[in-house]
Every structure is written in C-alpha cells, then in structure tokens.
Design a protein around this ligand. Structure first.
Ligand code: KG4
Ligand code: ZN
Length: 333
C-alpha cells in the first residue's frame, strides 16, 4: 500500500491531494482571486497566496482522505515549469515535510502531470496515445509512449491556446481569466458569424499571435464604424473566435494522428475544459474512428490530483530526488 501527498503550486492555484494505491481520495484546490483586478497573474502575489493557502489545503486534503499525516509514504510536488516564486512555496513545503518525516521526495513535471491526469479515472488510454495539452502557458502535441516516456511532436511558436483565449477576452473587455467566459458567451452565439484567419504553420507546430492581432483590428474597426458593436455582438464574436481556436487545435491533432497512426487520442490542460473543444473532439473522434479521452473538469485545470497520480507511478518505480532539488521555471519533458 502507498499513500502519496501531491502538491501543486506552479501558477495561481494552491492544491493538495491524497492518492492511496493509485486512487485519488481528496483533491483540494484553493483558487486565488486576488489577480482578477490586475487582469492577469501577479507572480509575487501568487507566491504570497500560496504561502497562506498551502498548510490549510494540505490539512483539508488529509482530513477528507480520512488518513493521518503519519500515514503518508511520500510527497510529490510540481518542480516546474511555472512561476519560480510560486513553485518555491510548494517545493519548500514538500522538502520540509519529507525531511521531518524521513520519507521520499518525488519531483513531477507539471506538463507530464496534466497528461497523467488521464490515469485518475476510467476509461484509461492505452500506450501509445496522442495528447493535446492546452493550458495558459503551453500548447503541446505529445506522443505518450509510457508514463514518463513522452515525445513532443509539436508546440506553439508564440502564444499558448489558453493565452489566446485570455488575451481575446481582454480585447473584448472581459475580466481575467477570460477563457471560461468566452466559452460561456460562445454557447449563446453563432460561430459562423465572423471569419477569423487560420494561420498556415507547417508541420505540427501552432501559432496564435496572428489570430489575436486580427481580432484586435476587427474589433477596433467595427467599433469605429458602428459604436456599440462589441456589446451587441459579444456572443457571436466569442463563438467565432472559439470555433477558430478549436479548429486550429483539432486540425493539427488530426494531422498528428495520421502521421503516427495512433488512434487513442486525449486532451489535457485547462483549455480542455472548453466546451467547444470537448464537443469538437468528440465529433472528430467519431469521424476518424478514434477512441477519445477527455478528463473530468476538475482534473483539466491545475490540480494536485494529477501530481499525486504522477507521484504514485514514480513511487512504484522508486524514482525519488534529494533535498538539493530546486524548482525550474522552464522544464521540457
Ligand atoms: O492548466 P491551467 O489551469 O493552468 C496552466 O497551467 O496554465 O490552464 C489555465 C488556462 C487559462 O488560460 C484559462 O483561461 C483556460 O485554461 N481555460 C479555458 C477554459 N477553462 C480554463 N479556456 C477556454 N475555455 C474554458 N472553458
Ligand atoms: Zn497547468
């Protein structure tokens, strides 16, 4: 039997989870609302909020899992990539806890953990599978050969998909983080109302910065011609933008599936909470004869359950690190 405490603090969610023998028993997520008024995550404020939230989050995770802190066999923490100051809080906690109790410390790559979130609940994909990982900081097409053997097939050359959602939301005057709001408005809009360009990027890489600029120019021009246009067409704009971002993502996914011949296809990361992407993937999966894997909402955005499950597999492999481990703002898988 193994009991793993997972800690996630790479951005603006402080999270703690308990995994017992590969099953998640608790997953506590403390959201930081302090960043809303700044229109984006303020790194220094994120670090301070992590410091306030981490002990209560761990205590609650232990309570909900109905265990005692002495029962924990190892602590898995996000080493990177992420905001350095934010990562330091989780890393320091994990190091202190394991040092005091003399138990193993496990480092986890946040991007790998988003993918391993697929092993929390049935149905579980079969290796090798393709995963489109789309978050606020990354957009990656990954061939997953084993738990920790992942090949990066393509990635964004500029903005991440989540950034494209959030920056568009800012242009449209919506508060941060705008991704979920665009999703909400899009559900009442017509996705064919406006046509935004699809970038012509060769291979399996992505680009979103041109799209963002075209949306900015579109909104500025329409407002000049027709003041109040943005407000009266908000849902249609959101639906059209969302549909373009989703088509950019899914077209590359289709290309990757053709190239690799892999038929188990998954999505992961915060943007996989997007209803347009979820529905689009289901439709494409039916057309292409894929087995499609979409995590539950709670395991799409940042959470410690995915860190704990990654920790579980590393614990089985006895893959531990020493107290000299330092967080990494950038860390390729
Ligand atoms: O994985 P995540 O929680 O944090 C990072 O590691 O970045 O992803 C956060 C991103 C944000 O850009 C947020 O706007 C986006 O995921 N997001 C969404 C939705 N829910 C979260 N984007 C579009 N539609 C959603 N429903
Ligand atoms: Zn993430």
């Amino acid at each position: 039997m193994s009991i793993i405490l997972g800690i996630e603090s790479s951005c603006d969610e402080t999270s703690a989870a308990i995994c017992i023998d590969g099953k998640i028993r608790s997953n506590i997520i403390a959201n930081q609302t302090i960043h809303e008024k700044f229109g984006g995550v303020v790194p220094e404020l994120a670090s301070r909020a992590h410091q306030q939230n981490i002990i209560p989050a761990v205590q609650q995770a232990i309570r909900e899992a109905k265990i005692h802190k002495n029962d924990i066999d190892a602590v898995a923490f996000t080493r990177g990539p992420g905001l350095l100051g934010a990562l330091l809080v989780g890393a320091s906690f994990a190091k202190a806890f394991t040092l005091a109790r003399n138990i193993p410390l496990i480092e986890v790559n946040h991007m790998q953990a988003h993918i391993l979130a697929h092993f929390i609940e049935e149905p579980i994909p079969v290796f090798p599978f393709l995963c489109l990982t789309v978050s606020g900081g990354h957009t990656q097409l990954v061939l997953v050969k084993d738990y920790f053997d992942m090949e990066l097939l393509g990635q964004t050359l500029d903005d991440a998909a989540g950034e494209a959602f959030d920056k568009t939301a800012k242009i449209l005057g919506l508060p941060y983080p705008g991704g979920p709001l665009i999703d909400k408005y899009a559900q009442q809009g017509n996705e064919s109302a406006f046509q935004f360009p699809e970038p012509q990027i060769p291979g399996l890489n992505f680009s979103f910065s041109g799209l963002k600029t075209s949306i900015l120019y579109f909104v500025q021009q329409k407002e000049r011609e027709q003041p109040g246009f943005l407000q009266s067409h908000l849902s249609d704009i959101c639906a059209s933008v969302q549909s373009r971002i989703v088509s950019i993502l899914l077209n590359k996914l289709k290309r990757a599936a053709k190239k690799t011949g892999v038929r188990d296809v998954a999505i992961a990361g915060g943007v996989s909470a997007n209803s347009g992407l979820r529905n689009g993937l289901l439709t494409m999966g039916e057309e292409q004869g894929w087995q499609v894997f979409i995590p539950r909402f709670e395991y799409c955005t940042d959470n410690a359950a995915m860190i704990a499950i990654a920790g579980h597999y590393k614990y089985l492999a006895r893959d531990f690190v020493g107290q000299d481990v330092a967080p990494l703002a950038k860390w390729t898988m």
